[in-house]
Design a protein around this ligand. Structure first.
Ligand SMILES: Cc1ncc(COP(=O)(O)O)c(C=O)c1O
Length: 321
C-alpha cells in the first residue's frame, strides 16, 4: 500500500496490541502463537462467517443486531455455531477480560466450518466442529480522516446478484471486495466504489455508501450491499430526527454532484468522502454528515447504557438463539 494511501480501517498505533491474546476455540493464546490448521475450512475455502464489533464502556454496541446478522448468515449456509448468542457473549467477555480491555476496542469474531478431513470443498469433510476465533484490538479510528476524507474510485468489479454469492453474507471469502479494493488502489484511490449489476451506485468494498443532495440523504436500495448494522442505524437516525432519507437507485451522475458523501461501518462509524474518481465532493463543508455523526455518538451511548442496565437487572427474559 503506498504511504499516502488511507483506509477506512486506519487506527492510531497502539503498542498494547503487540501482546494481545487471541481466542482460539476457547483457549487464549498470544497473537504470535495463535494458529488455525491448514486444513481449516476458512483457510482452504473462505468457508466461514464473521462480525466486526466495537466495545464501549464494557458493552458491545448493537450486540443484538450483530448477532441477528451473524446467526442468520450461519443458518443460511448450514454452519452450526455450536452455541447461542449468550455463549458468544461469554467468549467475547473472556477475551476482553484476559486482555484487560474495556473501551475503544474492535473485535473480529470469526467462525469457520472447522478442520477438514481432506483438503477439498465438500462441507461434509468438516467433521470436527467449527473453529471460533476472536481477535480483539485496542482501536481508535484516526482523526485525520475526518478532515481529509477518503478518496473513492469507481471500479469495474460489481456487487453480485443474490443468487451467485449474496452480498449480504459477511463471509470469510471477500475476494469480490478485495478485487475491487485492488482496482481502486491501482486507480490511485483509497477504496473502491462498486456499482450494482444495473450500473447504479451501490456500496464500497468495505463500507456502505451515502450521499447528501439538497439536504436529503440517499443510499442504495440495499439489494446488493452488505446489510450493515451502521447503515441501518444511520437510516433509523435520519427517520427519527427529521432528516429526509431515501433508499433508492441513483447513478454516478448524482453521486458526483452530491454536496456531501460518507461511508458507514462499525469500525469508522461515518467516514467523509473527499472525492470520487478525482472529482471533489461538494465544497468540503459537511453539515449533514457532522449532524449524523453527532446523533450516532448519542445512539451508541444510549445503546451501551441500555445494555448495561439490562444486564444489571435480574434476568427474567427468555434467551434468543
Ligand atoms: C462489504 C461491507 N460493507 C459494509 C460493511 C459495514 O457493516 P457494519 O456497519 O455492520 O460494520 C462491512 C463490514 O463488515 C463490509 O464488509
Amino acid at each position: 500500500m503506498p504511504e499516502s494511501a488511507h483506509t477506512t480501517h486506519d487506527a492510531d498505533e497502539d503498542a498494547r496490541n503487540r501482546d494481545i491474546l487471541i481466542y482460539v476455540n476457547g483457549e487464549l493464546v498470544h497473537r504470535d502463537e495463535a494458529k488455525v490448521s491448514v486444513y481449516d475450512s476458512g483457510f482452504l475455502l473462505g468457508d466461514g462467517m464473521w462480525e466486526g464489533m466495537r466495545l464501549y464502556d464494557g458493552e458491545w454496541a448493537f450486540f443484538d443486531a450483530h448477532m441477528d446478522r451473524f446467526f442468520d448468515s450461519c443458518r443460511s449456509v448450514s454452519l452450526d455455531v455450536g452455541m447461542d448468542r449468550d455463549g458468544i457473549r461469554a467468549a467475547l467477555e473472556k477475551t476482553a477480560q484476559a486482555n484487560g480491555m474495556e473501551t475503544d476496542v474492535h473485535c473480529r469474531l470469526m467462525l469457520t466450518r472447522g478442520v477438514k478431513a481432506k483438503p477439498f470443498q465438500h462441507p461434509g469433510l468438516s467433521r470436527s466442529g467449527p473453529t471460533l476465533v476472536i481477535i480483539m484490538e485496542h482501536s481508535k479510528p484516526v482523526n485525520a480522516l475526518q478532515s481529509r476524507g477518503i478518496r473513492l474510485a469507481t471500479v469495474p468489479q460489481v456487487r453480485g446478484l443474490p443468487m451467485s454469492q449474496d452480498p449480504k453474507l459477511n463471509s470469510h471469502s471477500k475476494l469480490n471486495c478485495v478485487i475491487a479494493c485492488l482496482q481502486a488502489e491501482q486507480a490511485g484511490a483509497d477504496e473502491g466504489l462498486m456499482l450494482d449489476p444495473h450500473g447504479f451506485v451501490n456500496t464500497t468494498n468495505a463500507c456502505n455508501f451515502f450521499i447528501v443532495r439538497r439536504g436529503e440523504v440517499w443510499t442504495s436500495t440495499g439489494d446488493y450491499c452488505m446489510n450493515g448494522v451502521t447503515r441501518a442505524n444511520v437510516i433509523r437516525l435520519c427517520e427519527q430526527n427529521g432528516i429526509p432519507i431515501h433508499q433508492k437507485n441513483f447513478s454516478l451522475y448524482e453521486a458526483y454532484g452530491a454536496s456531501e458523501a460518507f461511508l458507514t461501518g462499525t469500525f469508522g462509524a461515518q467516514t467523509p468522502v473527499a472525492e470520487i474518481d478525482g472529482k471533489p465532493i461538494g465544497s468540503g463543508e459537511r453539515p449533514v454528515t457532522a449532524e449524523i455523526q453527532r446523533l450516532y455518538k448519542e445512539m451508541v451511548a444510549q445503546d451501551v447504557a441500555a445494555q448495561s442496565a439490562r444486564r444489571a437487572a435480574p434476568a427474567d427474559s427468555g434467551t434468543q438463539p
